[in-house]
Write a protein that binds this ligand. Sequence first.
Ligand code: XLS
Ligand code: NI
Ligand code: NI
Length: 437
Amino acid sequence: MSFFADVPAVRYEGPDSKNPLAFRHYNPDELVEGKPMRDHLRFAVCYWHTFRGTGSDPFGPGCAVRPWEDGTDSLDMALKRVDVAFEFMQKLGVPYYCFHDRDVSPEGKNLAETNRNLDAVAKVLGQKQKETGIKLLWGTANLFSNPRFVHGAATSPNADVFAYAGAQVKKALEVTKELGGENYVFWGGREGYHTLYNTDLRRELDHLAKFLSLAVAHKKKVGFTGTFLIEPKPMEPTTHQYDSDCAACLAFLRTYGLEGEFKFNVETNHATLAGHSMFHELTYASAYGMLGSIDANRGDELVGWDTDQFPTNLYQTMQVMLVVLGQGGIGTGGLNFDAKVRRESFEPVDLFHAHVGGMDAFAHGLKIAAAIRKDGALKEFVKQRYASWDGGIGAEVESGKATFEELEAYMLKKGDAEKNASGRQELLENVVNRYLR
Ligand code: XLS
Ligand code: NI
Ligand code: NI
């Protein structure tokens, strides 16, 4: 049985193609910097938005037309949905997918039944993975939808909720391992606060660290070899999320001695909510060897929440790929489309248009980034800009030899600092724009 009978498998047709269901840039086997595009980009479809999204918003219910849905959250429906998902992903030609436990299987009347449901669906997911070759980029646990998590999970004031969350992550981690997942993600669903009047901030942060340490211990116990990823986000649903941005997460991990156990899954719309560009967040994470994976989406410049739109902006995708290429690849991570179609785009085919556009935007961005790197214009400029650190007093400071006394003696003799050179921002922006085609 086919759920997308009208849609043929999406193929690469080249930049001049006018076929809306063809790739104009994503050509999986094409080599960029000696590596196939497929391996640079490692695209993943997310189960939650794509197969569980209904288009509901605070002002109205879902209106997405999904002919295969029977309106229930039953186990049978969950099993059928696996077929839908794999047909979609196969036609799109993505190598990976990602899920939360509750996206793929329904909550039962207690934890034991909930776990049985997950096992039943995981079995079929495993079969489908084998049949199609599509792999699991990462798994995660939904610790935010059920009302028990109203005050958070690891940071809940209710110790039983912490215990439940621990049990849930244990299971999700084991299922992720069983399905060959290459990473496991921790996004702090409701780990934060709405008001400090009712919050013991330090205690909650200690609990969050404890939770993550327990996860690390279990990872080692069961022999999960994938990467643990924290997904920073500054706000929404809480007013202040503890994992607010990459810098805050790194400081948190170091405080609790966990920095060697995690990397970051950086999401575009979270970066912008934090008042950063995605370029900044990625560069920061990468600079400290912490960039593990990417949730590829975008926000709306005029709307202040996580709109999770599909990425289409070449300027942004180029910047993302500059950082990824700069660090020699995304490792075990990938580009996961944590993005949803607009409520007004309610037909199944819109899911294809959205993903085809996102994949092409990144493939195009990859080619542009590689062209910029090939000419070395930015790199050479940056190198020259810091040349004063390569020898003389700069090298002495960097190597730790210089003291304040020496700096003083050096400057008293010299009288004043060398003249500064122009930063040439406009020139460099013009250089970058030359490659945008
Ligand atoms: C929500 C997050 C979420 C994570 C997975 O804003 O982006 O979707 O990616 O829990
Ligand atoms: Ni995300
Ligand atoms: Ni998000």
